[in-house]
Design a protein around this ligand. Structure first.
Ligand SMILES: C[S@@+](CC[C@H](N)C(=O)[O-])C[C@H]1O[C@@H](n2cnc3c(N)ncnc32)[C@H](O)[C@@H]1O
Length: 255
């Protein structure tokens, strides 16, 4: 019903600082429907009520609506844990895969924390979106990408060019970017110490999500770490394959 749809749009505008009227209606409704289906909710008014009280669902909706959106140090806490707890445990060079890296902010953040920790490492960064990978390789960003970033990072690792910031060569050369579809399983034969696949599972069916977690298990060294997005989690048979390392930050360890 139209009034219910308007009510939901108003709620989203208030809660997410995101204006649905700037969005094309069809993809907007498609993304809403996918979240509503997942919750088995069939009225817009009911879904509006849910996002008012369920912060995790609100975050899922935000992810569904902001498909390519990413930032340096997104969910900063997880990078603190990698730097302070995880990197000191790992032998050099540390091998990391950023799967679904969008425009490169996540893999460059990893390169920056390796440099800060004075650890040698190499990062494979993949995404199915060719344009996103091209942008990542260019390494030119604006203020928006830095909303969650510690202040020193900009001055230490970027050159300023007007309103833009260009990533330093020493960071760029630590990351290898590749266009790659995660649906093609077993494409890489390297083994990794850490795999990050954050805010990507939303694109996949539950069955494929399970398969993909198994794939990540195979691609991790023994004791390696799998890091998911803040509102994603391990389920199904995979629960037996991984030990929770930090559940709040969705960090799991190959058992
Ligand atoms: C919201 S971004 C996540 C970026 C980053 N991981 C983060 O959390 O900030 C989701 C990315 O997943 C990518 N993606 C979607 N389906 C994919 C697939 N089948 N294979 C690889 N990447 C995919 C999209 O192109 C998009 O860039």
């Amino acid at each position: 019903m139209e009034w219910e749809f308007d009510l939901l749009k108003k709620t989203i505008r208030e809660l997410l600082n995101f204006d649905p009227d700037n969005y094309k209606e069809k993809p907007f409704k498609r993304r809403l429907s996918s979240r509503m289906r997942a919750l088995k909710v069939n009225s817009y008014a009911e879904y509006a009520r849910i996002i008012k009280s369920d912060m995790e669902e609100l975050e899922r909706l935000k992810n569904a609506l902001t498909i390519n959106v990413t930032k340096f140090f997104r969910n900063r806490e997880v990078f603190k844990i990698i730097q302070r707890e995880i990197l000191p445990e790992l032998d050099e060079p540390v091998d990391i895969w950023s799967a679904g890296c969008a425009t490169g902010e996540e893999p460059y953040t990893l390169a920056i924390i390796l440099l800060e920790a004075r650890k040698k490492g190499r990062i494979l960064a993949t995404d199915v979106d060719e344009q996103a990978i091209e942008k990542a390789k260019r390494g030119v960003y604006n203020e928006f990408s830095f909303e969650e970033t510690p202040y020193f990072v900009k001055t230490r690792y970027f050159d300023r060019d007007g309103d833009n910031y260009i990533i330093n060569e020493r960071v760029r050369e630590m990351v290898e970017f590749k266009v790659h579809d995660l649906k093609e399983l077993s494409s890489f034969h390297r083994l990794f110490d850490i795999i990050l696949c954050r805010n990507v599972f939303i694109y996949f069916s539950k069955d494929f999500q399970e398969e993909l977690m198994k794939e990540f298990y195979m691609r991790l060294k023994s004791g390696g770490f799998l890091i998911l997005g803040k509102v994603e989690g391990m389920f199904g048979q995979n629960v037996k394959l991984f030990r929770p390392y930090n559940l709040k930050e969705r960090i799991y360890r190959k058992a």
